[in-house]
Design a binder for this molecule. Structure first.
Ligand code: BTN
Length: 315
């Protein structure tokens, strides 16, 4: 009933009387009042004026499933959403659900994570109510060798969503760090379950420092609020990311990755720079000249010799 009442308020630009709601939703005036009080406790702000009724003034700054879904223009991403106040890691939860057969597009999000995971065994700072910490379960019909490119695809979605919602120009540092003014604002982690060449499911994890104070972040990181000088709506940003994710994900399965890789190159802050990559095979240095068809970075050393790296950290 609370959702029905909320829906009623969201569709009314003016004050709505308790009597009107009671009549239209066929519940008592006392029930209307009780539900509004419950919504207030959950952070919804209502203005109440005698003889006029109530008006919804603000929704809570929280990633609630029904608020994310409100206005989310997708077919399958986010049709099923689980939100947690605190969780160890949305990746762990999503992976467990993936094993249990959760449907494609299921979204797990949290207000905070106690064991947020970053790439290469690092942790991801996840202070409460400040960032976006989300994992999405996908069941792509892609060959295993193409799945790594979903990470690049997600980087494009995050980067474009930030740029659309702010006047900032975020860029992508290979393979999947989103930067603003050269400092990391978002990261992507992809985990998968596969048997032989058959991908069972992929979990794409996205962490965005949205309204996060610098004091809660590692030294090289930043947040959108820090760079944009104002807070932005986590809900709007998350909807924008999910919408783009569905669009590009659908596209690559039909038409392949060419357009996404080109878009990645346009947004890249890595190409054209001299970089040093450290991975399990050691260290290579050179100019980042291209992205190969599998999402690897192509480096050219001082003698013009080209090498490709599929993973690693850029220094
Ligand atoms: C990285 O850049 O190292 C990747 C960071 C990925 C962080 C996100 S936050 C949501 C999801 N849950 C996690 O534990 N990690 C990812």
């Amino acid at each position: 009933m609370q959702l029905k009442i909320l829906h009623y308020f969201k569709n009314s630009s003016d004050y709505v009387s308790g009597e009107e709601i009671s009549r239209n939703l066929k519940i008592s005036r006392a029930a209307v009042w009780k539900n509004i009080e419950e919504l207030r406790k959950r952070g919804y702000i209502f203005d109440a004026v005698p003889h006029m009724g109530y008006k919804l003034k603000a929704i809570p700054d929280k990633l609630l499933a029904h608020e994310i879904q409100n206005g989310l223009m997708t077919r399958f991403v986010g049709k099923n959403i689980e939100c947690y106040d605190s969780i160890s890691s949305t990746m762990e939860k999503a992976f467990g659900l993936g094993l249990e057969g959760a449907e494609e597009g299921t979204v797990i999000c949290a207000e905070s994570q106690t064991k947020g995971k970053g790439r290469r065994g690092r942790s991801w700072s996840s202070p409460k109510g400040k960032g976006i910490y989300v994992s999405v379960i996908l069941r792509p019909s892609l060959a295993l060798r193409d799945v790594a490119k979903l990470t690049l695809l997600t980087g494009v979605c995050v980067c474009e969503a930030i740029n659309k919602m702010t006047s900032l120009k975020s860029t992508i540092k290979w393979p999947n760090d989103v930067l603003i003014n050269e400092r990391k604002v978002a990261g992507i982690l992809t985990e998968l379950r596969a048997e032989l060449d058959q991908v069972r499911f992929v979990v794409v994890g996205i962490g965005i420092n949205v309204n996060t104070p610098l004091s809660s972040l590692p030294p090289q990181a930043t947040s959108i609020k820090q760079e944009f000088n104002k807070s932005i709506s986590r809900l709007d940003l998350l909807r924008e990311v999910l919408k783009r994710l569905e669009e590009l994900y659908t596209e690559v399965q039909v038409k392949g990755f060419a357009r996404v890789l080109n878009r990645w190159k346009e947004l890249s802050s890595t190409l054209g720079k001299t970089i040093r990559i450290v991975d399990q095979n050691g260290e290579v240095e050179g100019i980042a000249v291209d992205l190969d068809d599998y999402g690897g970075i192509v480096l050219e050393d001082s003698e013009g010799k080209r090498v490709v790296r599929m993973s690693g950290d850029i220094h």
